[in-house]
Write a protein that binds this ligand. Structure first.
Ligand code: AHG
Ligand code: MN
Ligand code: MN
Length: 335
C-alpha cells in the first residue's frame, strides 16, 4: 500500500511484489533512474549560472568542457544504467541507434531495455522554465544473454512494464507507474530523498485546460481546428483556459493534476506531428491511462500502435478522458 510521505526507497521495497516478474531487477532500475535524476537535477538547477560558470562550448574554471544539458543528461542516464549493468539495452532521443550493453558482471543476463528522452523541453532551459526526463521500460523479446536487437525496442506501448517522468520544476518530482496506478515522489534537495507526495494520481475525467502550440493553427487538420474552436466557444463550462509550456512533461503534469488535454497534431510541415512514439508518447500514454486518462492519435489508442522505427513520430492527443474523446470525435467527423 502506498502511504503518503514514505520515501521512494521504502515504497520500492514494500511494493516489489507488484512489479512485473519481480526479482529485484526492475527495483534496481528505478533506483538507478532516481539517482541519475538527482544528478541531472543538480545540473539543471545550475543552468542559470551559465554566465558565471561558462557557456556551452567553453571551458570552465575547472578545465571542464561545458556541455549542452541535453547531452549531459543523456550521458548521465546512460552511464548510470550502463555502469551498474541494470539493463541490456538503451535507446535515447540523443542517439541515432540503440546501445547494446554487454555486461561483465552477469554476462548480459539483464532482461530489460530502457527508452529515454533525457531532457524534454530543452528550449526552456535558458529561460528558467520547467523541463523533464521521460523513460519507458520493456522486457526484451530476444533471448537473454544475446545482444539486443531492434525488435527489443520496437514493441507497442501496451507491453511496457514501467514508465515515468521526472519534472524539474519549482520542485523536482519523479512520477512513475509499473502498471498499478501512478505515484508521484517529490525530491527534498537538502536530503536527496524522494517522498511520496502524490499517491495514486488521477487524471480528472473532465477538465478545462487545453494545451497546444496554436502558432501552428493554420497547418492543423480540420478536426483539431474545430476542436480548438469548440474549446474557445462561449457555452456551458467553456471557453477553456489555454496553457502551453512547450515541455510535454510539464504540460502533462499540470493537466493530470488540474484536468486538461495536451495536443501535438500533425501539421502541414510535419505530417506525423513532432513527438516521438517510443520515448515521449508511449510512456506518457501509459501514465495517463494508469491515472484514468487517455492517449490517442485521433483515431487509435497510442499504446496499440506497432512501432516501425526507433525515432518514429506520431500525432499525440492526451489527457482527461472526456476531453480526448471529444477531440477524437472532431477528428473522426472530419476524416
Ligand atoms: P525535446 O526538448 O525533447 O525535443 O521535446 C520538446 C517537445 C515537447 O516536450 C514539447 O511539448 C514540444 O516539443 C514543443 O514543441 P513546439 O515548440 O513545436 O511547440
Ligand atoms: Mn521531448
Ligand atoms: Mn529531449
Amino acid at each position: 500500500m502506498a502511504r503518503k510521505n514514505q520515501t521512494l526507497g521504502e515504497f520500492i521495497i514494500e511494493n516489489q511484489a507488484e512489479f512485473p516478474y519481480a526479482n529485484g531487477e526492475l527495483s534496481r532500475l528505478i533506483n538507478s533512474i532516481r539517482l541519475a535524476a538527482k544528478m541531472v537535477n543538480h545540473e539543471v538547477n545550475k543552468a542559470g549560472l551559465v554566465d558565471i560558470t561558462g557557456a556551452v562550448g567553453e571551458v570552465n574554471v575547472q578545465g571542464e568542457d561545458q556541455q549542452k544539458l541535453d547531452v549531459l543528461a543523456n550521458e548521465t542516464f546512460i552511464k548510470t544504467l550502463t555502469n551498474r549493468e541494470i539493463v541490456c539495452g538503451i535507446a535515447s532521443e540523443e542517439n541515432d541507434d540503440f546501445i547494446t550493453i554487454t555486461g561483465q558482471k552477469n554476462d548480459n543476463k539483464n532482461k530489460y531495455v530502457v527508452l529515454i528522452d533525457p531532457l524534454d523541453g530543452s528550449s526552456n532551459i535558458d529561460v528558467n522554465v520547467s523541463v523533464g526526463t521521460i523513460f519507458s521500460v520493456y522486457r526484451r523479446v530476444t533471448p537473454v544473454g544475446t545482444p539486443v536487437t531492434i525488435d527489443d525496442f520496437l514493441q507497442p506501448g501496451n507491453l511496457q512494464v514501467a514508465a515515468g517522468y521526472i519534472i524539474y520544476g519549482t520542485s523536482t518530482m519523479l512520477v512513475f507507474t509499473t502498471g498499478h496506478g501512478v505515484n508521484g515522489f517529490t525530491l527534498n534537495p537538502a536530503l536527496g530523498t524522494y517522498y511520496l507526495s502524490h499517491p495514486n494520481m488521477q487524471f480528472p475525467v473532465d477538465g478545462n485546460i487545453y494545451s497546444v502550440n496554436e502558432g501552428n493553427y493554420v497547418h492543423f487538420p480540420q478536426g483539431i481546428k474545430n476542436y480548438i474552436k469548440y474549446c474557445q466557444e462561449e457555452k456551458d463550462d467553456r471557453p477553456y483556459t489555454s496553457r502551453y509550456i512547450g515541455s510535454l512533461v510539464s504540460d502533462i503534469h499540470r493537466n493530470m493534476i488540474k484536468g486538461g488535454i495536451y495536443m501535438y497534431p500533425s501539421t502541414a510541415k510535419s505530417p506525423n506531428g513532432k513527438l516521438r512514439l517510443l520515448y515521449e508518447c508511449n510512456p506518457v500514454a501509459f501514465i495517463a491511462e494508469q491515472a484514468g486518462g487517455k492517449a490517442s492519435d485521433g483515431y487509435r489508442r497510442i499504446m496499440d500502435i506497432k512501432p516501425e522505427e526507433l525515432h518514429q513520430r506520431i500525432p499525440f492527443i492526451c489527457g482527461s478522458k472526456n476531453m480526448v474523446e471529444k477531440a477524437e470525435y472532431f477528428m473522426q467527423e472530419n476524416q
